[in-house]
Design a protein around this ligand. Structure first.
Ligand code: UT7
Length: 330
């Protein structure tokens, strides 16, 4: 059986206007610009305006991706949003995006794979299009992380920012698009990366709020250790499935968590740092939005052209990981 070639036909991204710099953090926390830059690579990040929720950021990114693909919202037959900061626990942010775009009667759902969410959602969309029932799927990674971080926790809040990225996944020219995908997870329940309260296990009450259990908790060392093994593992497996050598890659788009994690991954994949696209200095870690935000910005700058071999690779809460190898289709 011949498989369709499936890939990205349009990209868009959106970041809110408000810039929160390391110097702004110096005013409210016992920290310095130098510590944050040296330990993470982040210089500033964007924060959503009070009236903006994740679906609002997603809609802006979606409009740009539709324009990039020469499509209108009417052409979409599915919407998938990867996020850990949905507007509501239910209904899905994808349904809210659908409503705001004015599209009717198409399936819409969210994916929770934390910072690997864009990898998971692209893979799901790719399989759906390959299956033949759906033609044009809007994949979004969107986050308003500024609402779930404890602004008094200096080793945590300085990492994160808000943003959204969108991709239109469709059939592409034969031999182009997604050549392989490798997803995985190492599930844990040890408070390595989670919001402890507000779900069915521990609904929020006065005590959880007083204990700040409604905010993201993270064991930074454990996440770091996982990341430096998961990023190369996922990338190398996806490369092997695609039968592509690391040196053939034009660029790699890693999850923008920490420049030190990316440097370590670069050594293990044997790819020079210059091939890794970085914009974490401007946006920080935007979780599910981060890889799409990097890809969208690079495309806008003309850094990727039709036929280029690229890798997208991420890791995150769960713990989860995923990589996709693509031959760029447009
Ligand atoms: O999408 C996935 C999301 N998460 C990640 O990617 C996180 C991965 N982990 C990391 O990036 C790192 O663990 C951090 C950057 C978060 C922290 O780096 P670290 O090397 O693990 O530092 P640490 O937590 O061991 O802290 C070292 C010191 C501590 O001081 P003492 O105990 O040695 O006196 C911290 O209190 O640095 C201190 N520290 C800070 N100092 C100034 C922690 N945060 C700050 C800060 N400013 N913002």
């Amino acid at each position: 059986m011949e498989f369709k070639s499936v890939g990205i036909k349009g990209l868009g991204y959106y970041v809110p206007e408000k810039v929160m710099t390391n110097f702004d953090f110096e005013k409210i926390l016992d920290t310095t610009d130098e510590w944050i830059r040296t330990m993470t690579g982040v210089e500033e990040r964007r924060y959503a305006a009070p009236e903006q929720a994740t679906s609002d950021l997603c809609v802006e990114a979606a409009k740009k991706a539709l324009a990039d693909a020469n499509m209108t919202a009417e052409d979409l037959d599915m919407i998938i949003v990867a996020t850990v900061t949905p507007d509501y626990i239910t209904q899905s942010t994808a349904c809210l995006v659908q409503n705001k775009l004015g599209v009717k009667q198409i399936p819409c759902f969210d994916v929770n794979a934390a910072c690997s969410g864009f990898m998971y959602a692209l893979t799901i969309a790719g399989s759906m299009v390959r299956g033949g029932v759906y033609k044009n799927i809007l994949v979004l990674g969107g986050e308003v992380l500024s609402r779930i971080v404890d602004m008094e926790n200096r080793s945590n809040c300085i990492l994160f920012g808000d943003g959204a990225a969108a991709a239109i996944v469709s059939e592409v020219e034969d031999g182009y698009g997604m050549l392989s995908t490798h997803l995985g997870a190492e599930g844990e329940d040890d408070m390595i990366l989670k919001i402890p309260a507000g779900g069915s296990k521990k609904p929020n009450d006065a005590e959880t709020i007083a204990n700040k259990e409604n905010f993201l908790v993270m064991k930074g060392h454990d996440v770091f250790k996982f990341a430096v093994h998961a990023l190369p593992l996922a990338t190398n497996k996806a490369l092997k499935i695609a039968n592509v050598k690391a040196e053939e890659l034009k660029m790699i788009f890693p999850h923008q968590a920490n420049v030190r994690i990316i440097e370590s991954a670069a050594k293990r994949i044997h790819v020079p740092m210059e091939k890794f696209y970085l914009n974490l200095n401007k946006y920080g870690n935007t979780s599910a939005a981060s890889i799409g935000l990097a890809l969208g910005e690079a495309k806008e700058k003309g850094l990727i052209q039709k036929g280029d071999l690229i890798a997208l690779t991420g890791f995150g809460g769960g713990l989860t990981y995923g990589s996709i190898i693509m031959k760029w289709a447009y």
